[in-house]
Design a protein around this ligand. Structure first.
Ligand SMILES: Nc1ncnc2c1ncn2[C@@H]1O[C@H](COP(=O)(O)OP(=O)(O)OP(=O)(O)O)[C@@H](O)[C@H]1O
Ligand SMILES: [Mg+2]
Length: 362
């Protein structure tokens, strides 16, 4: 047995060692299990954190999207407001231009009408007096010549020559008087103070009167040609349309003078004033062989206060005012121009303006 005990000792030792190892292993397992538990709980915390972060991220993302949509809406609104402000600014400029021009024209109209009235009375005296003188001279000369008839031939001849000279002088004065009357008539037609209201007038008469008044100022630099293919009575605001005619004719004459300066060539330029029908429109064309417009000028010609002329020469209102007056007559105004060659402005007026659309006075 003692041998057995001695033999079993290493086994026992081995067993003991195994037991120890087992205990150690169990301890390690326990430790590992503990670690695992800790790691698991840490993992859980991390997972929770992750979840919370994801939630926060989703919330932040949603907020960002809402914010950028709001910003987009706001930008659109701002752009719309900006466009509206721009439009209102343009309208304001247009109104200002209209006010300045109508005030200027009203002042000019009153002045012109006053001068025309003052000249008209003495001119009537003059013309009537001449006609009376012509009649009386005729009677007197007949009487005188009948007295001298059959007498001294030289005396008779001399008397005849004197009488003829008197008639010639009187005819010259008569011609002058008639010219003054025409000018007065043109001034009156142009100012048309009595016609601030809408009424039916002959547009060609208005065109001619306006042209006569302007012609005198440009007769050395411009050759004027009228090609009136039709006469037209039209319901309109005569004083306002006269403003348009004047603006367009003066622009054409000025353009011709600009070209003469540019090219150092004094040959008179050509201005043609035309009227014709096109479908339901009465068309008036103002054509000149002046300096023409660049594309940029053509684009901006109707802008209030846009001018290529020097200070004092142009205010840049003529075209914009003309545009609004024509628009109020339900008409159209178009410009065709070639730089260095000339310009044609075409004004088309409807033959009838529907009553509902009749505009208020400018
Ligand atoms: N027939 C034309 N030929 C060439 N350019 C023209 C003609 N008509 C208008 N323009 C151009 O258009 C611009 C604007 O014309 P608008 O009549 O409005 O003003 P303006 O003639 O300069 O000044 P205002 O008429 O107020 O005295 C002119 O300055 C000119 O450059
Ligand atoms: Mg002008």
């Amino acid at each position: 047995m003692g041998g057995n005990t001695a033999e079993s000792t290493p086994l026992q030792e081995e067993l003991e060692a195994l037991r120890k190892e087992n205990t150690e292993l169990k301890k390690k397992i326990l430790e590992l299990e503990e670690d695992l538990e800790k790691t698991e709980s840490q993992l859980e915390v991390l997972e929770n954190m992750c979840f919370a972060l994801e939630k926060e991220h989703a919330f932040a993302h949603e907020q960002l999207q809402n914010r950028s949509k709001e910003l987009g809406d706001r930008t659109q609104q701002l752009q719309k407001t900006l466009r509206e402000v721009g439009h209102q600014y343009l309208q304001l400029q247009q109104t200002q231009a209209q006010l300045i021009q109508s005030e200027k024209m009203a002042g000019l109209g009153t002045l012109v009408a006053g001068v025309a009235h003052e000249i008209n009375n003495p001119t009537n005296f003059l013309v009537l007096g001449i006609h009376l003188l012509q009649k009386e001279l005729k009677n007197l000369s007949e009487f005188l010549l009948s007295l001298l008839e059959g007498g001294d031939a030289d005396l008779l001849n001399y008397a005849k020559q004197q009488v003829e000279r008197c008639f010639r002088t009187l005819n010259n004065i008569d011609e002058g008087g008639t010219r003054i009357k025409t000018i007065v008539k043109d001034l009156r037609t142009f100012s048309r103070l009595d016609e601030a209201e809408c009424k039916s007038i002959n547009l060609v008469d208005s065109l001619e009167s306006t042209l006569h008044l302007i012609q005198t100022q440009y007769k050395t630099s411009v050759q004027f040609v009228c090609d009136f293919q039709c006469q037209q009575e039209l319901e309109c605001w005569p004083a306002q349309l006269n403003q348009v005619f004047m603006n367009l004719i003066v622009n054409a004459c000025q353009a011709i003078q600009v070209k003469q300066k540019q090219t150092n060539d004094e040959t008179p330029g050509l201005f043609t004033l035309r009227t014709f029908y096109q479908d339901d429109w009465f068309v008036i064309q103002f054509e000149d062989t002046g300096c023409g417009m660049t594309e940029e000028v053509q684009k901006r010609a109707f802008e209030p206060f846009f001018t290529t002329k020097s200070i004092g020469e142009g205010t840049g209102l003529g075209m914009s005012i003309s545009y609004s007056i024509v628009e109020k007559h339900q008409g159209k105004i178009e410009v065709a121009s070639e730089e260095g060659q000339g310009t044609t402005v075409t004004l088309s007026l409807p033959l009838t303006i529907p009553d509902d659309d009749l505009p208020p006075t400018v």
